[in-house]
Design a binder for this molecule. Structure first.
Ligand SMILES: C[S@@+](CC[C@H](N)C(=O)[O-])C[C@H]1O[C@@H](n2cnc3c(N)ncnc32)[C@H](O)[C@@H]1O
Length: 263
């Protein structure tokens, strides 16, 4: 092999090396693109699943609303649900629970749509009474006006109950003034207030303070049960009140149901 052949060989070897480096680079880019494509496909699949779930929830909520209009009888359009208020699935659950009991003494922590709906159910079946504790005077007035506008004053009422310091097990909570909570027995307790912004685990005191007042077959309902604060409340209730069994309902924001265990 002459010197020019050797030069050519070196040149070719160099080119080959560059070429194999370029091929390796392309393979890496191809792998990267493959991974991106997989991620895009996984995202699209998750989006399709979420869209299907949203459509299913929306359809179920329309069914719940139709059932609610049947259960509440005449009384004009129902007040807004979802957002700050309970969703149609929880509201229907409550309305059916009250109707199945042939009327119930309902106590609500927090007033609003459910107060009106459950008062409509009480009127429709001719039995029962809804009392809502409300810490905010403006919302109390609003719910009261809604009840009055539908002629429901005899079936539902709102108690102005400012938040006050309540001591429980060495801890202080901001909760409705216990002096203002009506003394009667409770068949259905809806825990949907005070709002979370009033303090951590704001709804915790409801069960320890009212357990004694609950009828033997009472139903306790906690809205927004999927939120971290409400999960923590449920865990504390479970520890402090082992005589209740809990059930989780897969409503849009999660609902926790408690009943006294049958012994
Ligand atoms: C989580 S909401 C739910 C009350 C009721 N259980 C319901 O589902 O309609 C609880 C609190 O929201 C506040 N609230 C009542 N009416 C409201 C309204 N129209 N807009 C925003 N907040 C309201 C009140 O302070 C009430 O105690």
């Amino acid at each position: 092999m002459g010197p020019s052949d050797r030069m050519l060989l070196i040149e070719l070897t160099e080119r080959l090396k560059e070429l194999s480096e370029a091929v390796a680079g392309l393979r890496e880019a191809q792998d990267g693109l493959g991974r991106r494509l997989d991620a895009i496909e996984a995202d699209a699949k998750a989006d399709r699943k979420a869209a299907k779930q949203t459509a299913r929830t929306a359809y179920a909520q329309v069914e719940d609303l139709l059932a609610l209009y049947r259960l509440t009888g005449p009384g004009g359009p129902l007040p807004r649900m979802r957002g700050w208020a309970a969703g149609p699935e929880l509201t229907r659950y409550l309305a059916e629970a009250v109707a199945a009991r042939g009327g119930a003494r309902v106590l609500e922590c927090g007033s609003g749509t459910t107060t009106v709906v459950l008062a409509l159910v009480a009127r429709s079946i001719g039995s029962g009474q809804v009392t809502a504790l409300e810490h905010d005077p403006d919302y109390a007035a609003q719910t009261r006006a809604e009840l009055e506008a539908r002629g429901l004053a005899g079936w539902g009422r709102v108690v102005d109950a400012p938040l006050t310091d309540v001591d429980l097990g060495g801890e202080t909570w901001r909760w409705y003034d216990p002096e203002l909570v009506p003394r009667n027995e409770i068949d259905v307790l809806l825990v949907d207030g005070p709002p979370g912004a009033t303090g951590p685990q704001a709804r915790y005191p409801a069960l320890p303070l009212l357990a004694e007042r609950l009828a033997k077959d009472a139903l306790v309902v906690l809205d927004d049960a999927d939120r971290p604060d409400e999960r923590a409340i449920a865990a504390r209730w479970h520890d402090a009140h082992p005589d209740f069994t809990a059930e989780h309902l897969g409503h849009e924001r999660g609902t926790l149901i408690l009943r006294r265990s049958v012994s």
